[in-house]
Design a protein around this ligand. Sequence first.
Ligand code: HEC
Length: 261
Amino acid sequence: MKRIILTNKVASTLLFLGSVLFSSLAAAAGGGYPLDSANIDPTDTASLQRGAKYYQNYCAGCHATQYQRYERVADDLGIPHDLMMENLVFDKRAKIGDLMFNSMDPKEAKTWFGATPPDLTLVSRVKGGPDWIYTYLRTFYEDPSRPYGVNNKVFPDVGMPHVLLELQGIQIDTCGDSDPNARDPLTGEKLCGLTVDPERKGSMAPAEYDQMAYDLSNFLAYSAEPMQQQRKSLGIYVFLFLAVFLVFAYLLKREFWKDVH
Ligand code: HEC
């Protein structure tokens, strides 16, 4: 009887720990806000090239991708080295073979933003994946209580300013305290959500902006696993080799067992 009680206790403790772990993981992934799927495509080179361009123009000033080299990005994405250096690398001391550092002093950055901009090489593997980044870039909204006047739905109280504000315009949250997932029972349309304030539109239409967020998410997913495409094409050769090898293995087996049977 005692033993049963003990195991019950152990089981409930485990269950409790498990649920704490799970809920903190879920909170880290999206703060409960539903993630939109980016459906990224690592074979879409044009999108990756655009992603690299946007990344270098709008993100690399604060964030490093220091586990990646300019040369590798140029070669993988089919960008000629001279074009890469002229148009996408703004640190004029940098060389094509350099790691993609940035020149921001982490201490000063902490004073400015309250947090140091983290390295983004692997961010798509540690946060909730490309979908998280896609949703993150699209869910900045006006919040006068925050230092930069904006907040974010999947990263509440984020230290990063809305750096794409002039492209997207300022979004307002029409939900307030009501459920952001609520839908009209008849039409199935969302009842509230984030919409760009018609008075303060950005230079991009919403669909264009989404495309840009997609390109950036695609690029950061590539950056976290640049070998992905090579690995897949190598895999096909491995299977072909195994298929050919099977024929010889079978013939050899027949030869060996000929005299036994
Ligand atoms: C003005 C500086 C600045 C620029 C430019 C900037 N960021 Fe940030 N970013 C930050 C700071 C600071 C944080 C840390 C926020 C925090 O921890 O509260 C951050 C956090 C992030 C995170 C969350 C990372 C994590 O692991 O928590 C992502 C993803 C991100 N930025 C992506 C981008 C992308 C994509 C761009 C370009 C479109 C960009 N950032 C441009 C300052 C910047």
